[in-house]
Write a new protein. Structure first.
Lengths: 301, 536
């Protein structure tokens, strides 16, 4: 039994296709090497001119055709259920952002890892606000692209307890390869306890919740370390050297600067950092959320 | 066919002096043979750059975590490696080099139909490559989108995407004009009596390729212009923030880029179809089946593009239809392999370097093709889509297939090109390094792909380390093989090559090595009873 309900079908399709493939590879290679040795010039100085044989041509057109249809069939039957999620599946919204996954449970509770109950169908609705990502869980043999503007989904039934890797498989920019998370398959009772304990905004400052929800913390650390961009720690009230339209100047990090940085991030770029990595959050972070972010940043001394 | 062309008073195309001499003589030439060589020299430079970029990536990937440079550099490296290798090496590839050098001679023509247009195509090629490479040095940094330029990332990144895209656009025009030229040449300039079904099979492959170049390339041109319009004029085609659809971009991109794979591989198959009969001294088995399978691949190849998008959120119906069509395109490739191997049956086989490289091609191409089946099948595709498995499959087809066929063609026509032989022993040693290095480099990528290693990863999980290190060592062996092979061919001090060093049956072996400027003294003809590959 595999880690999900799809493992068996997918692995069977692999076995059928690899089996046919290895048979032909070994068979043809052996025949080829045999001919090269058996009919080498020193042993077989005069070639025989053999004429075309239509029966042979038709045979080796039809046999690969039949095998191709067979392989198609195995792939299709294992794939087809992947597109039919049961109506009663437990729905989780998966948000892919450059370069963090977030898993949103009913009631708006978010978790950095995907925790799911054993043997229950789970449907992931895939949402992206920036570029294309792809939710890939190798152990479950499933993957679907997270395309902005599209309502893609994937579903599965986890059939084994344990922790499995989640990866992003569509290239999404600078920290694509760091966009990882875990699936944690737990017994249903444990899942319910975990979900109940998952804080709706975890008692953390509202500003921090907003920052996390928008994956700001994927690039801006909270502890002074450098991930991709400047750390949020001690940022508010600091003087920063920035480049505006190609000229260097010094600005005070205040409410106005933070607003510019959120809505027009490439206008004033701090010296030493690269322009263009951050996108505008216009329409994503609302104006009334800004004061909460600013309050939180002020608290990060 | 006449063999009276051997003793020839005209100077060879290498020595010929027209209006200009030296380098200028080459840069203003309209001789298809010289233009073929000029493509080859340019591509050789790009290829070496591409190989170095690839080795730099393998070096960084030797261990997980950051070793020598950061993720932005890595993302730029795989983008540039892809752009150079795809657009400036394998797409022009065998068609531009050997389609130019050998095809007109093989059909008994003095040149291509439009020699000046042919030179213009070469200049477009150089211009397009120069624009694409300029993206590295101008604007806000090297592009970091991957060679596929997927929207909306390519629309939002501030790196210099436009130059790279514009370069690809210009390169596309070069490809279209070359295709057009070859189609007209094959229709109009065949030797008297040489009907389509008496034409050698390399020209057949070039013919099928040319149709793809003419019909598919404009679509990528339009797509690339749409990206430029979206980035500069903010017209929403692909970016959902502007009301566009990112999946539309993928459709348009792959409608060209999948047939482009056949632009690369068809001439490669064509070359191998020439080499096997020559070194088996036997008529090719299944002439019509091979000729028509080239056309079948070119035709069906148009209808399989969306297998690059099985995880994009397309409807299930679209997914199974494209999966079925993908399996159909596997059949004509299988037919070719069966006919090649049967051509060796009861032949008189002489394993010279071109034949050895062709055997390598058949083996590697089979692995590439057979692993492609699990990418065409839906359930298995979902698991290995966008993983190292795809990287391995693709390189088995494009390097193991197109690359080894290119090396085979080079060793086959080298005596005709330069009028000199080369060192067989060294060519065989180079082959051993190339073959072993290639498999060691790419085979582990199948395994780690199956284990779930995504592609385009700067950093990776610890379980993939062993596979990555094998690949690194493979990369070193491969590089040694390349150096040995190129060193051998650059010598140009071998024995003088006779007109027909291999006992080939096609027309290029009836004229001196190197050929005179206008190829034929006496125009060749084919009688009604003559057949191609007629070994008596």
């Amino acid at each position: 039994m595999g880690a999900s309900n799809f493992v068996e079908g997918v692995d069977l399709a692999f076995k059928v296709i690899f089996g046919i493939g290895i048979f032909f590879l070994v068979g043809i290679t052996t025949v080829m090497i045999f001919f090269v040795i058996r009919y080498r010039k020193s042993k077989h100085p005069k070639a025989e001119q053999i004429h075309d044989n239509n029966v042979l041509e038709v045979t080796w057109t039809l046999i690969p055709l039949i095998l191709a249809l067979l392989m198609f069939y195995y792939g299709y039957v294992a794939f087809s259920p992947m597109r039919n999620a049961p109506k009663d599946a437990y729905e989780i919204t998966v948000i892919g952002k450059m370069w963090v996954w977030a898993f949103e449970y009913p009631g708006g509770k978010q978790s950095p890892d995907l925790v799911v109950p054993l043997n229950k169908p789970v449907k992931c609705n895939l949402v992206s606000y920036d570029v294309i990502h792809s939710l890939y869980i190798p152990a479950f043999r499933i993957k679907e692209d997270v395309v902005p503007g599209k309502n893609n989904f994937l579903w599965f039934i986890p059939e084994q307890l344990g922790e499995y890797d989640i990866l992003c498989s569509v290239y999404c920019g600078l920290r694509h390869s760091f966009m990882e998370a875990k699936v944690k398959v737990v017994p249903e009772a444990e899942f319910n306890t975990w979900l109940a304990a998952l804080p709706s905004n975890s008692g953390e400052p509202e500003g921090l919740t907003i920052l996390k929800r928008n994956a700001c913390t994927g690039c801006h650390s909270l502890d002074g370390s450098k991930i991709v961009s400047t750390s949020f720690k001690g940022l508010y009230g600091k003087e920063e050297k920035v480049i505006t339209n190609g000229t260097e100047r010094t600005v005070l990090v205040d409410d106005a600067y933070i607003k510019t940085s959120v809505y027009d991030p490439n206008k004033d770029v701090v010296v030493g950092y690269q322009k263009g990595i951050m996108k505008t959050y216009n329409g994503i972070i609302k104006e009334d959320e800004l004061p909460k972010i600013i309050d939180y940043l002020k608290s990060l001394k | 066919m006449t063999a009276e062309n051997i003793h020839h008073p005209e100077p060879s195309y290498l020595e010929y002096r027209g209006k200009y001499k030296g380098l200028l003589g080459w840069l203003t030439t309209t001789d298809h043979k010289r233009i073929g060589l000029m493509y080859m020299y340019a591509m050789m430079v790009f290829f070496i750059v591409g190989v170095i970029l690839g080795e730099l990536m393998r070096l960084e990937l030797f261990r997980p975590g950051q070793q020598f440079y950061g993720p932005q550099v890595y993302n730029g490296l795989f983008t540039l490696h892809g752009i150079i290798m795809i657009f400036t090496v394998v797409i022009p590839g065998l068609a531009a080099v050997f389609g130019n050098f050998a095809m007109p001679i093989m059909i008994g023509a003095k040149d291509v139909a439009f020699p000046r247009l042919n030179l213009f195509s070469w200049y477009l090629f150089i211009l397009g490559a120069a624009i694409a490479l300029s993206s590295q040095f101008m604007g806000d940094g090297p592009p970091d989108t991957g060679w596929t330029f997927y929207a909306p990332y390519s629309v939002t990144t501030h790196t210099n995407v436009i130059a790279a895209v514009l370069g690809a656009f210009v390169l596309g025009f070069s490809s279209i004009l070359t295709g057009l030229n070859f189609i007209v040449t094959i229709h109009r300039l065949r030797a008297p009596g040489m009907t389509f079904f008496k034409m050698p099979l390399f020209p057949w492959a070039v013919y099928a390729t040319a149709w793809i170049q003419v019909l598919a390339t404009p679509i990528v041109g339009i797509t690339l212009l749409m990206i430029i319009a979206e980035r500069t004029l903010r017209i929403g085609f692909f970016d959902p923030n502007l009301g566009g659809d990112p999946v539309l971009y993928q459709h348009l991109f792959w409608i060209y880029s999948h047939p482009a794979v056949y632009i690369m591989i068809l001439p490669a198959m064509g070359v191998v179809t020439e080499i096997i009969p020559t070194f088996s001294q036997r008529r090719v088995f299944g002439y019509k089946a091979i000729a028509l399978s080239s056309m079948a691949i070119a035709f069906v190849g148009y209808f399989v593009w969306a297998h690059h998008m099985f995880t994009s959120g397309m409807s299930s119906t679209a997914r199974w239809i494209f999966s079925l069509l993908t399996f159909l395109v596997a059949v004509p490739s299988a037919i070719k392999v069966f006919n090649w191997v049967t051509t060796m049956y009861k032949g008189s086989i002489d394993v010279k370097p071109p034949f050895l490289y062709s055997l390598g091609f058949i083996f590697l191409f089979m692995i590439g093709g057979l692993t492609g089946l699990s990418l065409g099948s839906l359930a298995t595709n979902i698991h290995v889509h966008d993983t190292a498995y795809v990287v391995a499959h693709f390189h088995y087809i494009v390097f193991g297939g197109v690359g080894f066929a290119f090396f085979a063609a080079l060793h086959y026509w080298y005596p005709k090109m330069y009028g000199r032989m080369y060192n067989f022993k060294l060519a065989n040693i180079a082959f051993v390094f190339l073959f072993a290095g290639f498999n060691l480099l790419y085979f582990p990528q199948f395994i780690i792909g199956l284990m779930g290693m995504p592609r385009r990863y700067f950093d990776y999980l610890p379980q993939f380390t062993f596979g990555m290190q094998l690949s690194f060592y493979g990369g070193i062996l491969l590089a040694i093989g390349l150096v040995l092979m190129l060193y051998n061919l650059f010598q140009k001090n071998g024995a003088k090559a006779p007109a027909n060093p291999w006992g080939g049956s096609t027309l290029e072996w009836t004229i001196p090595s190197p050929p005179p400027v206008e190829n034929f003294d006496v125009m060749p003809e084919m009688g009604p009873d003559e057949e191609p590959y007629d070994y008596k």
